[in-house]
Design a binder for this molecule. Structure first.
Ligand SMILES: *[C@@H]1O[C@H](CO)[C@@H](O)[C@H](O)[C@H]1NC(C)=O
Ligand SMILES: *[C@@H]1O[C@H](CO)[C@@H](O)[C@H](O)[C@H]1NC(C)=O
Ligand SMILES: *[C@@H]1O[C@H](CO)[C@@H](O)[C@H](O)[C@H]1NC(C)=O
Ligand SMILES: *[C@@H]1O[C@H](CO)[C@@H](O)[C@H](O)[C@H]1NC(C)=O
Length: 344
């Protein structure tokens, strides 16, 4: 006898199926994989300033491996994806790896820099080895997101090696682009389908350069380097997406985000002079020979902090404060939504 399913049971079945689907969604949680420099590093540079005071004074309250007083872009992206910040690669044997892994290392770049750390190629090698060892499966990676940001340290190294000669810089930008493109294709071919790529920060706004104008304005020729780099990177990402026939690469425009936040903070300050100058770092050495975090032989501080670290933009010479990163995160919302693909 063929009986029709009573409506109530059909309804229950339907609810059951819905709940199952929801459950399945939750168990195949998104993971975040991070490659690049100190802007996205959350603890791979052991024994660096990121693990010494006054790093982390705002969050989590003590030094935690971040080059900031608190959270950095990686933390905000993780919270956007509703997961915890992925563990740094260097701490992998003692940590949860269910949220992915952070391979980014402060001071490094696309090519080799002045800091002896793993360049982006080596970072991707480490990731590849873990994939080969099935620490992360293809299924894990399908629904995962990658965050990639580097370039600032490459230019710092170039300018130092060439005594700040920006004449040959276009050739250098082209070589960075070539390597970046190889790196991005590699990350995708290892199985990640959504990759957020940071455009270059305006290097002419870094406090050591704006100090000459008493932190009044950014240095245009240096910002042009960042602008050209960002323009070429944007074109590279568009080309790669076209080749792949889908939007794998999502642009995170740090260049314009930084400039727009700085401009807004400067404008607000015209109306209220008690607000903090966005180009002035919160943490500074007491003299030119000292930098943020310096202590003398007796352990006495050779640096000073601004009154309210939580409202600064720059934390120290090159890194943003938590407030700075939060403001960047707010501006990047619509781009970040593109990282949340159909797969979750
Ligand atoms: C983690 O464990 C692996 C495998 O036992 C080992 O090869 C590696 O050196 C360890 N890494 C660290 C940072 O201790
Ligand atoms: C990255 O570092 C490795 C190891 O030091 C080196 O062999 C390689 O040439 C570097 N790659 C780039 C693109 O600079
Ligand atoms: C930036 O690009 C413009 C136009 O393509 C070019 O004229 C200029 O020389 C470039 N500047 C730098 C610093 O690379
Ligand atoms: C100026 O900014 C400070 C915060 O630094 C705030 O407490 C104060 O109310 C502001 N003054 C005006 C006139 O908006």
């Amino acid at each position: 006898m063929v009986s029709q399913t009573p409506p109530v049971i059909a309804m229950l079945l339907f609810l059951f199926i819905l709940t199952e689907v929801e459950g399945a969604k939750k168990s195949s949680k998104v993971k975040l994989f991070v490659f690049g420099d100190s802007y996205v590093d959350t603890g791979n540079f052991l024994n660096s300033a990121s693990y010494k005071p006054p790093s982390g004074i705002t969050f989590p309250g003590n030094p935690s491996g971040r080059f900031s007083n608190g959270r950095v872009l990686t933390d905000y992206l993780a919270s956007f994806l509703k997961i915890k910040t992925p563990t740094p690669y260097m701490l992998r044997n003692w940590s949860e790896i269910e949220f992915g892994m952070n391979f980014a290392h402060g001071g490094t770049g696309i090519l080799d820099t002045l800091v002896d750390g793993p360049n982006m190629t080596v970072q991707i090698d480490s990731f590849e080895n873990l994939v080969k060892q099935k620490v992360f499966t293809k299924l894990d990676l399908q629904s995962s997101v990658a965050l990639v940001h580097a370039g600032g340290n490459d230019y710092a190294a170039f300018l130092q090696r060439n005594h700040a000669n920006i004449k040959d810089i276009r050739v250098f930008t082209a070589s960075l682009m070539k390597q970046m493109s190889i790196n991005l294709v590699r990350i995708h071919s290892l199985g990640i389908n959504k990759i957020g790529v940071g455009l270059l920060e305006p290097i002419g706004c870094m406090p050591p350069l704006t100090m000459a104008s008493s932190y009044d304005k950014c240095i245009e020729p240096f910002n042009l380097v960042s602008q050209n780099h960002s323009q070429m990177l944007l074109q590279t990402l568009q080309q790669l997406n076209k080749q792949m026939g889908k939007s794998v690469f999502v642009t995170l425009d740090l260049y314009n985000s930084f400039l727009s936040i700085i401009a807004t903070m400067q404008k607000n300050r015209v109306e209220n002079s008690t607000l903090m100058n966005p180009l002035q770092p919160c943490c500074e050495g007491v003299s030119l020979e000292n930098y943020c975090g310096n202590v003398d032989e007796k352990g006495a501080k050779k640096y000073r902090l601004c009154e309210k670290p939580e409202v600064s933009f720059f934390w120290e010479g090159v890194h943003l404060s938590q407030n700075g990163w939060h403001a960047v995160y707010m501006i990047l919302q619509s781009s970040l939504r593109k990282l949340k693909g159909k797969s979750f």
